[in-house]
Ligand binder design. Structure first.
Ligand SMILES: *[C@@H]1O[C@H](CO)[C@@H](O)[C@H](O)[C@H]1NC(C)=O
Ligand SMILES: *[C@@H]1O[C@H](CO)[C@@H](O)[C@H](O)[C@H]1NC(C)=O
Ligand SMILES: *[C@@H]1O[C@H](CO)[C@@H](O)[C@H](O)[C@H]1NC(C)=O
Ligand SMILES: *[C@@H]1O[C@H](CO)[C@@H](O)[C@H](O)[C@H]1NC(C)=O
Ligand SMILES: *[C@@H]1O[C@H](CO)[C@@H](O)[C@H](O)[C@H]1NC(C)=O
Ligand SMILES: *[C@@H]1O[C@H](CO)[C@@H](O)[C@H](O)[C@H]1NC(C)=O
Ligand SMILES: *[C@@H]1O[C@H](CO)[C@@H](O)[C@H](O)[C@H]1NC(C)=O
Ligand SMILES: *[C@@H]1O[C@H](CO)[C@@H](O)[C@H](O)[C@H]1NC(C)=O
Ligand SMILES: *[C@@H]1O[C@H](CO)[C@@H](O)[C@H](O)[C@H]1NC(C)=O
Length: 391
């Protein structure tokens, strides 16, 4: 036997021992995985597990992994059951559970077991664009039904898993165009709203998107400036909104200044003001990172001032600029026409004053006939007259 052979024989035995010991020390898998629905958003997962006889005195916990679109942290429990939150919008209908030994050298976690979940009704899209406006005294939720003909029920619960959180019916209290809505009972802005939407075809569960209405803009005029201020919404102590205001002055685009109202010391947004101009402000807002997870709904428009410079595009000025010259020119044309037809009456041929003067100077008293058309005398030869001044 060579040294090499001895070494390899020893090494191989050692490796076998390692593998053998590792295989011995894997915790057994969970058995009898099952679930019940506590409510439409909550599952009670349960299982059984046989403790190996030779397992030392160490703590065994069960780790539940959410196989989710949302990357949720795994949860651990020493019990043989676990209340897991489940929303059709994020859960793929699958959990994986395995046993882990805490502070137990030499023992490794069990192989995971999967459990597949099916909802009590098929998962369908019942509503779309579901949003709840918060911040006022009431929470006002609205949605668009996916298939308007199918009657649907909306129920909700405030916050996820809790002992004292019954499911409440959201009675349809209004319908506004394509959207339907209802008013929820009052609750704090920091709470999530879990919604169950059901129709004859199936159900859908999700967390409601929470929105706040854009705060009202007040515009104050002082000297040659406009001061823009927003009433701060009541959505949490440190929460503030970032505004973007796009505005025009006399219909000319003036860009989009950004504005953040500093908490407790509201400093208005200052804009140079031309008294002859109409201002149009369009704004929206985004909550900062200290706000609860909300959105601001829509874009608001506010106008201030009047365009007072004379402009042709103005309605009344158009009348002045087009209609009056038109009437005037029609009048002129008509009067020219009348003038031509009745020229004899309106304008009898006037004798040339210079001729009269000449006649007077000549002493020629010959009467001119009024109607020259009847008789035109042959012009007499007239001798040139020379006037000699008398000395
Ligand atoms: C648990 O599963 C085992 C087999 O894996 C079975 O024999 C036993 O009856 C099950 N127990 C329950 C309570 O379902
Ligand atoms: C969950 O199931 C276990 C066992 O099946 C039971 O002991 C427990 O009370 C249940 N919990 C809830 C909240 O239903
Ligand atoms: C197992 O450990 C726990 C504390 O970790 C202790 O309370 C218990 O008495 C121990 N049991 C045995 C059988 O050693
Ligand atoms: C809820 O919103 C709708 C539509 O926006 C509105 O007509 C209704 O007055 C609101 N109700 C309350 C209580 O705010
Ligand atoms: C649970 O709700 C009831 C009324 O719905 C209330 O009287 C009770 O105080 C609540 N309990 C807790 C712990 O919030
Ligand atoms: C809402 O509907 C439920 C059951 O459908 C009913 O018990 C409750 O009184 C209704 N609430 C209102 C405000 O209509
Ligand atoms: C809606 O709720 C009412 C009263 O709870 C019930 O009779 C009806 O079947 C429900 N409809 C659907 C589609 O779930
Ligand atoms: C205008 O602003 C000045 C300071 O910028 C202030 O002293 C003055 O009182 C203001 N006037 C009005 C009418 O608000
Ligand atoms: C704009 O005109 C309206 C009436 O046409 C008037 O009531 C309003 O005060 C004017 N605004 C300003 C800022 O001059």
């Amino acid at each position: 036997m060579t040294v090499n052979a001895v070494f390899w024989g020893f090494f191989g035995t050692a490796m076998l021992m390692v593998f053998h010991s590792e295989a011995d020390h894997r915790l057994p898998a969970l058995k009898n995985l099952s679930y019940t629905w506590v409510d439409p958003f909550t599952l009670n997962l349960s299982w059984s597990w046989d403790r190996p006889k030779h397992l030392p005195n160490c703590t065994i916990k069960y780790e539940i992994r959410y196989l989710d679109k949302s990357v949720k942290q795994p949860a651990r429990t020493p019990n043989h059951h676990y209340k897991a939150s489940f929303l059709t919008e994020s859960n793929e209908g699958k959990f994986s559970i395995h046993a882990v030994a805490e502070f137990c050298a030499g023992w490794i976690e069990s192989k995971p077991e999967n459990i597949f979940i099916s909802t009590q009704k098929p998962i369908v899209n019942v509503v779309k664009d579901f949003k709840c406006s918060i911040g006022s005294s009431q929470t006002n939720c609205s949605w668009e039904p996916v298939s308007p003909s199918a009657g649907l029920n909306i129920s909700y619960r405030i916050s996820g898993i809790g002992e004292n959180n019954s499911l409440k019916m959201c009675n349809q209290s209004y319908s506004c165009g394509k959207r339907n809505g209802c008013v929820l009972e009052n609750h704090g802005p920091e709470n999530d709203i879990y919604v169950l939407a059901e129709n004859a075809a199936g159900l859908q569960t999700f967390k409601a998107r929470r929105v706040i209405l854009l705060p009202k803009l007040t515009i104050r005029e002082n000297e040659s400036y406009l001061y823009l201020e927003w009433t701060p919404p009541d959505i949490g102590k440190n929460c503030q909104l970032n505004y973007v205001v796009c505005y025009s002055e006399c219909e000319r685009d003036k860009g989009c200044p950004k504005y953040t109202s500093v908490l407790n010391t509201p400093e208005p947004l200052k804009i140079a003001y031309d008294k002859n101009c109409r201002y149009e402000f369009k704004f929206n807002a985004t909550p900062d990172k200290y706000c609860p997870p909300i959105h601001c709904d829509g874009i608001a428009v506010e106008v201030y001032g009047n365009n007072t410079r004379v402009k042709l595009s103005d309605g009344r000025l158009t009348v002045v600029a087009i209609v009056i010259p038109l009437i005037l020119s029609v009048g002129v044309i008509l009067s020219c026409y009348c003038f031509r037809r009745h020229r004899a009456i309106l304008c009898p041929t006037m004798p040339d004053p210079s001729t009269i003067f000449k006649e007077m100077m000549n002493g020629n008293k010959e009467q001119k006939t009024k109607s020259e058309s009847l008789y035109t005398p042959v012009p007499e030869p007239v001798e040139p007259v020379t006037i000699t001044p008398v000395n």
